[in-house]
Each structure stands twice: as structure tokens, then as C-alpha cells.
Design a protein around this ligand. Structure first.
Ligand code: GTP
Length: 599
């Protein structure tokens, strides 16, 4: 392999600006895949990803491109996930590249993730090559968008390719641009091995398949290797290149190349993204910079509707974890829900994806508890505990200081919406930092905001208040002292542990009241009157009452509408099927789910 002919690059973009579509076109143009063999989105190869249109795991693919100068280049296209939850993986993928193609929608222009990803790429000193996509749209305005790229990001953009990934217009210009402007990798193939892991995947037959970029040295088949952070040691069974339709084994991969290896590795936990692979015989002096273990930000309890499915849930979580080192779980039990698991996630999207996969791929009916962040509590005896479950919240008397996590939030939107955005942020206890005009049509607003407020539906509310124009990015910054309280829900005097939550004192009351109302709306009448109460340490702060049941459910539809009666009866039947006892009160599972839904 000739190092000077290698180009390693990523495509970065705001969500929906056409990153995946462009990847497909590049692969197609390089003749790597026949059109008919090609699935619509090769790089996103999980069904779920395709359905949601999100890339979850980073992947790479090697393309051979015969350029207009007559030379053949080895292009390694490294795919990056498109959501804040996976920002760390994005950063590791970028660290494996020399360049990045920045896709900007010709109608939308620059949005929050465009900037966030550009800054990330700049941090890694990548050569950033803007591309204006979707020029086929009637609303496309490539000239304006190019000007915006120059004004806002400060990148030379007048010569940027104007393309339509969807219609296949001008795709070759992107490849020519990459070949001529993205630098070839350097790194000494004879130096001690340093390879950066940017992804890994579990395969039932081969064990973990590790995806990496060789920064220094050479990876060879049969070579003993060590993961520098985890310390795990293996022997390379196979290494090779990642082609669009599968893996192509080879003897060795030299500095600058991107590829995969297998080594009978049982668990992705031993091949953490960001870790450095080195040789056992001639180890590198120090690991590549930037490694950090994945950190869960959001927790919730996951239970099965049918309690006897608990072992199935454990198996399913274990299987998912084989492929997802950032998913954590521990058994927990709830009086209301039985046995389940406390699960940790990178963010809300990660949580939703895992829940959906559990239900879909493993055919489980789940009940999840309210999501929570991790609170840091210093007790009066000086010990510090991290609490991710309201159930473990210490008694008020035992707490010296309570702290909650804050995030640095960046919102980018047209100036017209600032008047809608700021009150929302204020309402979420955001602390205004600054506001900058990026150009006349775009402002960037910075807030410091409790993570707990962001996970409660902040993103959707923001979108709703800005007709979808605002975009959001956030990262965890620090813990700050806060007036936290734990709120308990009582049904007919019995505490329902699954409905407890921790909140800031100001927010506890409205949230408690809302929860009580929802319980009242969703719990069917019982034979007796049921008081619903929310309490902080024994003091009731909100209350509703479910009246006792009328004898005849049909009594209220006097008159003759038979279909309505039928519906009512059916509803009742359904309700009977899946009842859950909360103390002395029976409630249908659906009602329980409705109550737990965020709003
Ligand atoms: P994420 O994977 O969610 O980050 O999105 P993405 O940036 O990969 O975008 P994707 O390629 O999935 O494209 C998003 C939508 O834009 C899809 O509906 C595409 O069909 C459409 N799209 C992509 N390129 C073009 C284009 O050149 N013109 C038009 N009109 N639509 C396009």
C-alpha cells in the first residue's frame, strides 16, 4: 500500500442534510457496489437505524477511486453517528481521519449540529471540505449558503461542490475535492503499533470485530496485541479491509490504513472506543490521547409487563450489551413492578433506542420508570453518594448538600424566535450566558442548564416553539448545589415506588400535580374511593380523588348507540387483561404507561 494514495475522511452534517444519501452515492460511484445489490443505506445497516433514519454505530468502508489524474486512491470513509448522545464516538471517528466533508443543505443552511460537528472536526485539525447538497430543491439557494459558510464558519466555500445526493448530480466533484485537498496520512509503518479503536461490533461466530485506524506501526495477522486502557491481551486472528459488501482479509495493515481485526474477543467492554491497540512484543510508550470511558447520563428502571419474563429481559440486555459498551444495567426491584433492571444510557435517544430494540427484537412488553439523571449527595457524615434512583435518595435529615448535573447548552435559531426560546430556557432553570449573531439570520444562544431539565422533553418543546427551526447541542459541564426534593406518590395511602421522582423544589409542585391529574385521568374507578397524593417527606403537596365506581359501566351511555356500548365493554375487557396491583388499587398497564409518559 502506498501511503500517499490513502485518504481518510468522514462526512459531517446536521441531521437530515443528506449525509447517508451522499455516502451511498460515493460508494456507488466508486463502483464498489452494483446498484441492484445496494441496499438504500448501506452504512446504516441496522433495520432500526434505517427506520428512524439515524446512524447509531460508526462504521467505515474502503473505496477504490480512479481519479481524473489517472491515479487510483484508497478512500476510507468513516461514518459518524448523528446525535448528541453519541458525540464521543463521533470524536473518535474524527480522530481517525485527516479530512471531513461538511454537507450543508442548500435550503436550510447552517444549523446547530453543522456548527457543533465543524468545531469537533477543527479540534482534530481536519481539513474541512464544504459541500452544498440538495440543489434540486426549489428552495435551494447555494450562493446564500456558501456565503453563510464563509461568514459563520470562516471556511473558503466559493468553490465548494454544489450537488444533489438524491438525484446523483455532481457527485464526482466531491471525490475529486477529497483526493486533492484532504492530506494523505503520515505515520511510520516501522514504529511500535498504535491503532485507534473507533468502533466495535459483536459477532456470534467471530467474537468482537474491532474497527480501527492504524496511526503508527503495522498490524499483522498472528500478532499478539494489547488494549492499552483495558489491558486485555489477544492474538490477531484476522485483519483486513472493510469493503461495502463485507470484510476482505489481508496480511497486514500499515500506518494510515483503516480496517478491522478479530481476535476471539468475547466482550465489547474489552475493546472500548477510543482505546489504543499496541503490540505486546514492542509496545508503544504511551497511548493515543483522548480516551475516556463511556459515561451514562440518564437512568431509568426497565421492567417486563409480565413479571415471569424477568430472565428474558436479562438475556436481552446482556445480548444488547455485547454490542453496546455504553449500556449499563443492574438488577433492582420495585414493590409495584416486581423485578427489573436499573439501566444507564448516554442520553434520551440512546434510551429510546434500547427500549425499542428490547420490545421489537426480543418481543418484550416493557414498563419503564421515569428517567432520572445522577444526583450527587453529600451526607451529614461526610460520605458522598451518587443517586440515580429516587428509591436510594437519602432521608432529608441525612443530607448535607445535594447537587445536580448542569450542561452547557447551545441553541442556534433565526433571531425571530429568540423571544420564544429565552422564556423556555428560563422556565427550565437555565442561566443565560451569552448570545451572538452568527450572521443576520442566525443567532447562537448559550445557557447553562440542569441536565434534568433537558431530559424532560426540552428538545421537542424547543422545536415546537420555533417551528422546527432551532437546533440544540449540549454537553455535561459540572455539578452544582441545588434545592432538591424527593416526591413520593401515594395511592390510597400506599407509596408507589415506581412513581417517585427527584426534582428541584420549584419544579416538584407542578410536576407532582400533573402526575396526580394524569393518574386520576387514567386509573379506572374502583369499588371504593381512591385518594391520590403526592408528598415530600410525609407532607402532602398535591391531591386528587378517584370517585368510587358506579355499579353499571353502561349506565352512562343511555340511549341506543350500540357500538359505543360495545367499545366500552371491550375496553373493560382489555383493561381486565393486564391489571397491575399498586397496593390495594388495580390499574391497567396502559394507564400506568400513560402516567409515566413525559409531557
Ligand atoms: P441522519 O442519518 O439522520 O444524520 O441524516 P443524514 O444527514 O444522513 O440524511 P439522509 O441522507 O438520511 O437524508 C435525509 C433526507 O434528505 C432523506 O429523506 C433524503 O432522501 C433527503 N435528501 C438527501 N439528499 C438530498 C438531495 O440532494 N435532494 C433532496 N431533495 N433530498 C435529499
Amino acid at each position: 500500500t502506498d501511503q500517499s494514495k490513502i485518504r481518510n475522511f468522514s462526512i459531517i452534517a446536521h441531521i437530515d442534510h443528506g449525509k447517508s444519501t451522499l455516502s451511498d452515492r460515493l460508494i456507488e460511484l466508486c463502483g464498489a457496489v452494483e446498484q441492484r445489490e445496494m441496499e438504500s443505506q448501506l452504512l446504516d445497516n441496522m433495520d432500526l437505524e434505517r427506520e428512524r433514519g439515524i446512524t447509531i454505530k460508526a462504521r467505515a468502508v474502503k473505496l477504490s477511486y480512479k481519479a481524473l489524474d489517472g491515479e487510483t486512491y484508497e478512500l476510507n470513509l468513516i461514518d459518524t453517528p448523528g446525535h448528541v448522545d453519541f458525540n464521543y464516538e463521533v470524536s473518535r471517528s474524527l480522530a481517525a481521519c485527516e479530512g471531513a466533508v461538511l454537507v450543508v443543505d442548500a435550503a436550510q443552511g447552517i444549523e446547530a449540529q453543522t456548527l457543533a460537528n465543524t468545531y469537533l472536526a477543527m479540534e482534530h485539525d481536519l481539513e474541512i471540505r464544504p459541500v452544498v447538497n440538495k440543489i434540486d430543491l426549489p428552495a435551494a439557494d447555494p450562493a446564500r449558503v456558501k456565503q453563510e459558510i464563509e461568514d459563520v464558519i470562516g471556511l473558503e466555500a466559493q468553490d465548494a461542490p454544489e450537488i444533489s445526493a438524491k438525484m446523483g448530480i455532481n457527485i464526482q466533484a466531491v471525490l475529486e475535492d477529497v483526493v486533492h485537498h484532504v492530506p494523505a496520512p503520515d505515520g511510520d509503518p516501522k514504529a511500535p503499533l498504535k491503532a485507534l479503536i473507533f468502533d466495535s461490533q459483536y459477532d456470534a461466530y467471530r467474537g468482537v470485530i474491532v474497527f480501527f485506524r492504524v496511526m503508527e506501526g503495522t498490524v499483522k495477522t498472528g500478532m499478539p496485541i494489547r488494549m492499552m486502557a483495558s489491558g486485555a491481551q489477544y492474538e490477531v486472528i484476522e485483519c483486513g479491509h472493510l469493503l461495502p459488501l463485507g470484510m476482505e482479509p489481508c496480511k497486514e495493515l500499515i500506518a494510515g490504513e483503516v480496517g478491522y481485526l478479530t481476535a476471539s474477543i468475547k466482550n465489547v467492554k474489552d475493546t472500548r472506543v477510543g482505546d489504543t491497540i499496541t503490540g505486546v512484543e514492542r509496545p508503544a510508550g504511551e497511548a493515543l490521547p483522548g480516551y475516556r470511558p463511556a459515561q451514562a447520563m440518564v437512568y431509568c428502571g426497565i421492567y417486563t409487563e409480565d413479571g415471569s419474563k424477568f430472565p428474558d429481559l436479562r438475556d436481552a440486555l446482556e445480548k444488547l450489551q455485547l454490542n453496546d459498551a455504553s449500556l449499563s444495567f443492574e438488577p433492582e426491584s420495585s414493590a409495584a413492578l416486581g423485578f427489573g433492571f436499573r439501566c444507564g444510557f448516554l442520553g434520551m435517544l440512546h434510551m429510546e433506542i434500547i427500549q425499542e430494540r428490547l420490545e421489537r427484537e426480543f418481543d418484550l412488553d416493557l414498563i419503564t420508570t421515569l428517567p432520572s439523571v445522577i444526583y450527587q449527595i453529600t451526607k451529614t457524615d461526610g460520605t458522598v453518594v451518587m443517586v440515580d434512583n429516587p428509591h436510594n435518595y437519602p432521608d432529608v435529615g441525612a443530607i448535607a448538600t445535594a447537587e445536580e448535573p448542569y450542561a452547557k447548552v447551545s441553541i442556534i435559531a433565526p433571531p425571530d424566535y429568540v423571544g420564544n426560546i429565552m422564556p423556555l430556557c428560563q422556565d427550565r432553570r437555565g442561566e443565560f450566558k451569552d448570545m451572538q449573531y452568527l450572521d443576520t439570520n442566525l443567532v447562537e444562544i448559550h445557557y447553562s442548564m440542569p441536565l434534568g431539565e433537558i431530559i424532560y422533553d426540552f428538545f421537542d418543546t424547543l422545536k415546537a416553539r420555533t417551528k422546527g427551526y432551532a437546533s440544540l447541542d449540549y454537553e455535561l459541564s459540572e455539578y452544582r448545589p441545588s434545592e432538591l426534593v424527593k416526591v413520593d406518590l401515594l395511592l390510597n395511602g400506599d407509596q408507589v415506588d415506581a412513581l417517585s421522582f427527584i426534582a428541584h423544589r420549584e419544579k416538584a409542585y407542578p410536576r407532582a400535580r400533573r402526575l396526580c391529574e394524569k393518574l386520576k385521568d387514567n386509573i379506572p374507578r374502583q369499588l371504593f374511593e381512591v385518594p391520590i397524593q403526592a408528598a415530600i417527606g410525609g407532607k402532602v403537596i398535591a391531591r386528587e380523588t378517584i370517585k368510587a365506581m358506579r355499579k353499571d359501566v353502561l349506565a352512562k351511555c343511555y340511549g341506543g348507540d350500540i357500538t359505543r356500548k360495545k367499545k366500552l365493554l371491550e375496553k373493560q375487557k382489555e383493561g381486565k387483561k393486564k391489571m397491575r396491583s399498586l397496593g390495594s388499587v388495580q390499574i391497567p398497564t396502559e394507564a400506568f404507561m400513560a402516567v409515566l409518559k413525559l409531557d
